[in-house]
Design a protein around this ligand. Sequence first.
Ligand code: COA
Length: 234
Amino acid sequence: MTANLYSFDDTSTQDAGTRAVSSPSGVHFLNIRVLGPNHRKRLLRHLLALETSDRYLRFGYVANDQQIESYIERLDFVNDAVFGVFNHRLEIVGMAHLAMCRDAAGNSVADFGVSVNPSLRGKGVGGRLYERAALHARNEGVEVLQIQALAENAAMLAIARKRGATVHRRGPESEAYLKLPRPDMESQLRELFEEYWANLLYNAKAQTRVFCGFLSSFQTLRQRVLSANKVCSP
Ligand SMILES: CC(C)(COP(=O)(O)OP(=O)(O)OC[C@H]1O[C@@H](n2cnc3c(N)ncnc32)[C@H](O)[C@@H]1OP(=O)(O)O)[C@@H](O)C(=O)NCCC(=O)NCCS
């Protein structure tokens, strides 16, 4: 598996604030959080914003709004794992769903699905979500991380191949399999650290938002008082 550090610099207005933090090596670290049921609304907004072609690539069919709503409602946050990347407005700009299951031989496998806002693509977010999900799956004792993607989904297959997955083509679909090593102390600590760091950055963003909100209300109030004083002054 490749390193968890990677370069990322988002300058788009829409998703500004999803900037990663510099690491000593000069590359960047993207914070990815484990999500819970309280994130359903934001997950829904992220998926509903996907265009038809992306919905087709993500679900294997052109999912309509109701189908996406039902997918979000059915997300199992207890047995599966859902990961999210947030922008400075704390909106979800990338998500991954790791569905735990067993294959025909009874082996523990996990199915990976992912989506990234179009404005952030090609910057390594999808790849990082894949690595984060693989780390979690490994620590859960999953043996194989699998992806079922359309054969035309070059970006998804490139992400998997680059990280050592074997890709088999079956007609219009492709399946990618990544054999995961057994968990060890290092992998467990790495996940703990990643989660801790991601929560720390998220809370910092949340507090910055509250502070900015306070500053802006204060400015508005100040303007009102100043205008009122002007009107009232003789
Ligand atoms: C697939 C998806 C998640 C990738 O997200 P991303 O943030 O752009 O991914 P990354 O930047 O980490 O990596 C994309 C890789 O694909 C490669 N790539 C992109 N388009 C490609 C193409 N047409 N041919 C070959 N490789 C391509 C990029 O070069 C990059 O590889 P690199 O890391 O070696 O440079 C995103 O395109 C998406 O949300 N698509 C719609 C939903 C979807 O298809 N989900 C996957 C099905 S489960």
